[in-house]
Design a protein around this ligand. Structure first.
Ligand code: WTA
Length: 691
């Protein structure tokens, strides 16, 4: 089915961190979506791209707002009077929990809203119908309101794994207009505590235990650590509410702290059958915060507002994920990341679909697990990340063939996908039947920015596609000159016009919002015209002659590990908590499975001899302060860091050494000799390693 190849020069090398070591793939051939897919697709009118052209912004986005049910219709689609702080659907009032649950009860109350699959294969899947979701969300909302005294605008930190209690808690918050801040369960207690403090959350909601890779993880100690961390900053939450993984027992080793910790499952019977009216909230009030890494040490609380976010997540789910009410849709992301918010919870539920929730890791207990789940549940839309694709392919290249599932649509998201891995996904996982979309977007953008439209565009391995409806990318060079469209030359990808999914601000730090995302290419300070404020995504990219974008990597100090964003500054500051360490530098290293992994360089305080003990301490500090996902591939103790004359550590050089690439010109360094010393040490053949 492969079609013509477009000729194209390989993209030029850019000179920035991750992109510098990005792989540059040759241009690939095309694949067509099947007539069967096109025949049933939600988005088949190519005329819509004209309807969403730059001239039609912002009114074209009415189409997205109209997918929701409003208590009061808006009067202004977009208010730019404080650009780049945009307000969408101003004057409109609505509730997210109503849109994801109540409005479906008439037609779909007996459909499964969620199907939960425990990691333990002995446990059968549990379907939660829209009716049951309604009951459970109402009871939880009643508890949050009456027991915890929460009201609209309050914040709650939720540190929960992938069990139904997580979406139920989120939707209960949304029902009350309470702002949730979900922290990925794999993050440490300390990381959760910092987020409680920053958001000034009134509650922390956790769970006793959960399954991960065949083990029961004791999660309650993380709540204790989080509480202590927030308390240190003078921001202790009022209460800690805990779910029980097994309803008949409390399974954690950590004791319940009297007067502070409460077991939700024990309190809930008091609220049995209680209904709480959804609180009608302004479209431009916050729905949730999601902390993400950036170039400075402190993670930032990306604030998404109700109307714009929900409209955008719903529209992307409908037109790009092709979700219909009777689809069984499975996104393997964790709800603790933005992909899970938009494409497990809010988008699919707003469309009355069935969303699968899987507790565990995709390869447990073997590489066929994912395909067994897909077959058993009749999943027809599948959504995952390159890391999982690479891993499933490595461990079980022929497994998908053994199972009788049929996907109509598949998504890849989170990192660039190698054409080889893409082809396996398409041919073997998708059985040459499913359309594949490669969606590029970010926590900050609420939903997809670039992708092929599944029924309208041809697919091309390794490229994401053109801008989605209403998204108009542009690539600038470092000096603000536009890189000619279609030239395959790398630069900084920006979005020209605002869209409803764009974050509203950074929680408590509006200056950082402007500085990080808009300052670099702002055309006129103080302007209220959105044309003056291109959104800087922070990725380097190229655009091919066919208008498809290829994302090369981050331009800032962010490492994308297995599709998860980690700030190098966060990792470095964890290293510096080890008393023996004087300086630390983190660099991304290419990894066959995870895309990139961090490698650490540390210089010790004067007089401290290097030892394996110190390396272990560095690793322990990272796991403690961030979580196991940030665990480095290696820790190198160096006599000194390569530095510029002004004393800046040259991470670029360390990254080249770690990736066995040429170090380039080092003549301007203050200490060029150190480079060779480090290189010999790091690249020395490992004992026992094949030559
Ligand atoms: C990267 C995840 C290449 C990119 C939704 C972006 C991608 C960062 C893709 C955001 C893709 C995401 N191809 N790179 N399809 N999707 N990225 O905030 O560097 O966790 O800036 O959002 O992931 O990560 P985040």
């Amino acid at each position: 089915m492969a079609q013509s190849k477009t000729a194209g020069k390989p993209p030029e090398q850019t000179a920035f961190s991750e992109a510098e070591i990005a792989v540059h793939w040759k241009d690939e051939g095309y694949f067509e979506p099947s007539p069967k897919f096109i025949g049933q697709a939600n988005f088949t009118d190519p005329g819509w791209f004209e309807k969403f052209s730059l001239d039609h912004i912002p009114e074209c986005f009415r189409e997205f707002g109209d997918l929701l049910s409003w208590d009061k219709y808006w009067n202004t689609t977009l208010d730019t009077s404080h650009a780049p702080f945009y307000r969408w659907f101003v004057g409109g009032m609505l509730n997210a929990s109503y849109n994801c649950i109540d409005r479906h009860l008439g037609q779909y109350k007996n459909n499964a809203a969620l199907i939960f699959q425990s990691e333990s294969e002995a446990d059968p899947p549990v379907a939660i119908t829209y009716q049951e979701l309604y009951v459970r969300v109402n009871e939880m909302a009643a508890l949050l309101k009456d027991f915890a005294g929460l009201k609209a605008g309050d914040r709650v930190t939720i540190h929960l794994p992938m069990t139904p209690e997580l979406p139920i808690t989120m939707l209960a918050c949304a029902r009350l207009g309470v702002v949730h801040s979900v922290v990925f369960a794999g993050f440490s207690g300390e990381a959760s505590g910092q987020r409680i403090a920053d958001s000034q959350s009134r509650l922390l909601i956790g769970i006793d235990t959960y399954y991960r890779s065949g083990k029961l993880v004791d999660h309650k100690p993380a709540a204790d650590l989080a509480y202590e961390e927030a308390k240190k900053e003078g921001k202790a939450p009022e209460k800690v509410l805990l779910w029980k993984r097994f309803k008949d027992r409390y399974a954690s080793s950590a004791p319940i702290v009297e007067g502070r910790d409460y077991l939700i499952d024990d309190l809930l019977p008091k609220y049995r059958g209680r209904e709480v009216a959804p609180v009608s909230m302004p479209a431009d009030s916050p729905l949730f915060l999601m902390y993400t890494s950036g170039s400075t040490g402190r993670p930032k609380g990306v604030q998404h507002n109700l109307g714009g976010y929900l409209a955008y997540a719903t529209a992307m789910s409908k037109y790009y994920q092709d979700i219909h009410p009777n689809d069984v849709y499975w996104c393997t992301a964790d709800i603790g990341w933005i992909t899970g918010h938009s494409f497990i919870v809010y988008g699919p539920l707003a469309l009355a679909a069935t969303s699968v929730l899987y507790e565990g890791v995709p390869t447990f207990p073997d590489a066929g697990r994912v395909w067994r789940i897909a077959e058993h549940l009749g999943v027809n839309i599948f959504h995952t990340a390159p890391t999982a694709i690479r891993q499933l392919r490595k461990l079980g290249p022929d497994e998908p063939k053994k199972y009788h599932y049929h996907f109509k649509h598949m998504t890849t998201v989170g990192e660039p996908i190698e054409p080889e891995a893409w082809r396996w996904y398409y041919h073997t996982v998708g059985k040459d039947e499913a359309v594949v979309i490669d969606t590029w977007w970010q926590t900050e953008t609420g939903g997809i920015l670039t992708s092929t439209a599944p029924a309208l565009h041809r697919m091309k391995a390794g490229s994401t596609g053109p801008g989605v409806l209403g998204i108009h990318p542009i690539i600038y060079d470092d000096n603000g000159k536009v890189i000619p469209p279609g030239s395959n030359r790398a630069g900084f990808i920006c979005i020209q016009a605002p869209w409803p999914g764009l974050m509203a601000t950074i929680w408590g730090d509006p200056d950082r919002y402007v500085k990080t995302y808009f300052q670099k290419y702002n055309k006129k300070a103080g302007s209220t015209d959105w044309r003056d404020w291109p959104y800087l995504a922070g990725d380097t990219a190229t655009e091919a002659a066919d208008g498809y974008y290829r994302i090369l990597g981050r331009m800032d100090d962010v490492i994308n590990v297995a599709g998860h964003r980690l700030g190098t500054k966060e990792i470095e500051s964890a290293c510096l908590t080890v008393p023996e360490v004087a300086e630390a530098a983190v660099v991304p290293v290419a990894d066959d499975l995870k895309g990139k992994v961090p490698e650490i360089y540390v210089a010790l305080r004067v007089g401290v001899p290097p030892s394996d003990e110190i390396k272990k301490k560095v690793i322990a500090a990272i796991e403690m302060q961030i979580g196991k996902i940030a665990r480095p591939k290696a820790v190198w103790i160096v006599a000194d860091m390569p530095k510029t004359r002004s004393g800046k550590i040259m991470r670029r050089i360390l990254a080249s050494i770690s990736n066995t690439l040429p170090v380039g010109d080092i003549s301007t360094l203050a200490n060029p000799d150190i480079v060779e010393q480090i290189r010999v040490d790091v690249q020395r053949p490992k004992p026992g390693a094949p030559k």
